[in-house]
Design a protein around this ligand. Structure first.
Ligand SMILES: [Zn+2]
Ligand SMILES: [Zn+2]
Length: 308
């Protein structure tokens, strides 16, 4: 396996999936990204993009030298809205007995992660109970006092409390820091910062910008190699009557660019595209906003970026 630290996008849409001729280039699946370094693999969110990723993980596992070994999977949920969880019931490793699913996510409407995922996959809404699936599940409800450490060689996972536990010094480790953001209704989201060998990916979806930029996020993403940021709406949609999108908990490209500039990030990736946005509109927006921030890319399904 490659030693490279990289991020791959499997789903880049907000709200709901949009298959069809106008979304072939950027893709129609909802949010899912994969961050990998050596043997460690981290999945962010389980929108419908996770379905294809699940097939790939299983086929790689079965064609590996030792298909009897455990399949260790880590999923970080930014929050538990439907467009970030709806692929999970169709994620093939969930049904594979040798899988260990390490699932990390926030409290949602007062409910633990375990309860929310269980509810999203319960008869009569779905034929199989979440906890009747064959995989072993380890559920972790987390917040910004936690840090997660993953060994890049073994994939072993350790959950720490940053105020009490010492992060083990080992440059084989990936470290994940967490920021709470409350701009997204109704419970906000977790923003993840994944650090490996001094390179940094910050994943910040379902966030709405603030006047002068989101200061907390600017500080959190300072000098990041890659900042992935929500940019669901256009400036016009954000204020247009009768239903302005202001307050819906999503950003416009201008907000993401302000954060990226003030945080001095190297690359900005815009994501959580509005389901109504066509490929040609996204291409035009990418050209327009590249004039304001040179290393700017609109996320698309299948896009892999090296973090360096
Ligand atoms: Zn969303
Ligand atoms: Zn959401």
């Amino acid at each position: 396996m490659s030693e490279d630290f990289k991020i791959t996008f499997w789903g880049v849409r907000g709200s709901h999936p949009v298959p069809g001729k106008d979304t072939i280039q950027f893709g129609g699946n909802t949010t899912c990204a994969e961050v990998s370094a050596e043997n460690a693999r981290i999945i962010i969110d389980a929108g419908t993009g996770i379905i294809e990723l699940g097939k790939k993980l299983l086929s790689e596992h079965f064609s590996s030298k030792n298909p009897d070994k455990q399949l260790n999977i880590i999923i970080l949920f930014t929050h538990l809205h439907h467009d970030h969880t709806q692929g999970l019931p169709f994620f093939a490793p969930l049904f594979f007995g040798k899988s260990i699913l390490n699932l990390f996510g926030p409290i949602n409407f007062g409910s633990e992660l375990k309860l929310v995922l269980e509810r999203s996959m319960t008869p009569p809404n779905f034929p199989i109970d979440f906890f009747q699936t064959n995989s072993m599940k380890k559920m972790y409800t987390i917040n910004d006092s936690n840090e997660i450490v993953i060994n890049s060689k073994t994939g072993d996972v350790t959950l720490l409390n940053k105020y009490h536990d010492k992060v083990p010094e080992n440059n084989e480790n990936l470290k994940i820091e967490i920021m709470n953001d409350y701009s997204h209704p109704a419970n906000g989201v977790l923003i993840y910062k994944i650090i490996y060998k001094d390179r940094v990916v910050v994943f910040s979806t379902d966030v709405e910008g603030f006047m002068f930029g989101n200061s907390k996020l600017i500080n959190f993403a300072k000098n990041a190699t890659i900042l992935v940021h929500d940019a669901q709406y256009t400036k016009e949609e954000y204020v247009a009557l009768p239903i302005p999108k202001q307050g819906f908990g999503h950003s416009i490209a201008e907000m993401a660019i302000e954060v990226a500039k003030k945080a001095n990030v190297k690359n900005l990736i815009l994501t959580h595209h509005d389901p109504n946005r066509t490929d040609s509109e996204l291409r035009k927006m990418q050209s327009k906003y590249r004039r304001r921030f040179k290393n700017l890319t609109y996320a698309k399904e299948g896009l892999t970026i090296e973090v360096d």
